[in-house]
Design a protein around this ligand. Structure first.
Ligand SMILES: [Zn+2]
Length: 124
């Protein structure tokens, strides 16, 4: 009985250990940018449809509607542009991502990286 309980304890603690070691390899710059952009796009689109609803139900004047519609359309265009750039490989010269390619294997890396994450070549 005691042996069985010990076995359960080891089994339960395993996923925690695995999650911790995997998180060491998560690249903040490669993995995360797209998801918040998609969330932002969705929220802008739902704001636009709410706006249209408010206008058609007479809660907004045509001037307010046009102002807000234009504002949201600009935000949406901005987000879509960022999504496009990201899906195109994130190589567009945006400045803030500070990306470069490994001279040896061409893997996308950050300029502050000292070693290539793919082949281990030292970046000088
Ligand atoms: Zn490399």
């Amino acid at each position: 009985m005691a042996a069985m309980l010990t076995g359960v304890a080891i089994y339960v603690s395993q996923p925690l250990l695995r999650a911790r070691s995997e998180s060491l390899f998560v690249d903040d710059f490669e993995e995360t940018p797209l998801q918040p952009l998609l969330v932002r796009k969705d929220s802008i689109y739902s704001a636009i449809s709410e706006l249209e609803f408010d206008y058609t139900t007479g809660k907004l004047s045509i001037d307010d509607y046009n102002d807000l519609r234009e504002k949201y359309a600009m935000q949406a265009a901005e987000v879509l542009k960022e999504i496009d750039e990201f899906e195109a490989g994130g190589n567009s010269d945006h400045g803030r991502k500070r990306k470069t390619a490994c001279p040896d294997c061409g893997f996308n890396i950050l300029k502050e990286d000292r070693f290539c994450q793919s082949c281990g070549t030292e970046i000088t």
